[in-house]
Design a protein around this ligand. Structure first.
Ligand code: SAM
Length: 217
């Protein structure tokens, strides 16, 4: 799907509604913003990057790992996808669900849990996108990928990763392509990192804005 089409879909999603009122004026700045629970809404360009990497055509069933604010899920819905999104932080999951309902995104289902376990009841998925950095590819996600499906996720260390696209061919064979270098917040849980004390918290400046060198995601 072209960048133009993705930008058009994004223009229909009121990004300022997905951040706190005090950060509304920064909603379109190209860096991630805090959303509570020590997490971030991905920067505008990161959302474009992930949507582009998914090679969407429209109409796909997409599993998103890391609902966060719900913004990426809303954009995927605007691109014609049916979205199944999983978030491990209860307050974020609740907040995203409420906001997506209020904005009329009925094609987005949100669940609280460890997204790296996927969502077996709705598998297989045509696309899977992980919006947090993975030390490795979580096996349940490749197992829940449809034949002909695509999984996009950042893989690497806690500070820096490579965006990876895994394609499951119709034959069942997996192909892997390395895309851009990136910097996402860590995936936590059994397929990710332990929450504390090792997990680096997302740094904040006094105004609540992330410094330039912080994670994109
Ligand atoms: N897509 C989100 C948005 O549009 O606002 C941004 C997501 S933020 C960069 C990464 C999210 O992944 C955080 O909300 C974090 O709580 C979540 N996360 C981290 N580990 C997770 C896991 N194992 N399962 C589900 N969500 C997880």
């Amino acid at each position: 799907m072209s960048r133009d089409r993705i930008l058009k879909a994004m223009s229909r999603v009121p990004r300022e509604r997905f951040v706190s009122p005090t950060l509304e004026s920064l909603a379109y700045a190209d860096y991630p913003l805090p959303i509570g629970g020590e997490q971030t809404i991905s920067s505008f360009e990161t959302v474009v990057l992930l949507c582009t990497a998914l090679l969407l055509r429209g109409g796909e069933r997409v599993l998103e790992v890391g609902t966060g604010s719900g913004y990426q899920a809303a954009v995927l819905a605007e691109l014609g996808c049916k979205v199944y999104s999983v978030e491990r932080v209860a307050e974020l999951s609740r907040g995203a669900r409420k906001l997506l309902d209020r904005l009329g995104y009925l094609r987005v289902l949100v669940r609280l849990g460890d997204g790296a376990d996927g969502w077996p009841e709705y598998a297989p998925f045509d696309r899977i996108v992980v919006t947090a950095a993975c030390p490795d590819v979580p096996r349940p996600l490749t197992e829940q990928l449809a034949h002909g499906g695509i999984l996009v996720l950042p893989v690497g260390g806690r500070k820096s990763q490579r965006l990876v696209r895994i394609t499951r061919r119709m034959s069942g064979q997996f192909m892997q392509a390395a895309l851009d270098q990136c910097n996402f917040v860590p995936l936590l849980g059994k397929w990710g990192w332990a929450e504390e004390p090792h997990c680096a918290r997302v740094p904040r400046l006094s105004g609540g804005v992330l410094p330039g060198g912080g994670p994109w995601g």
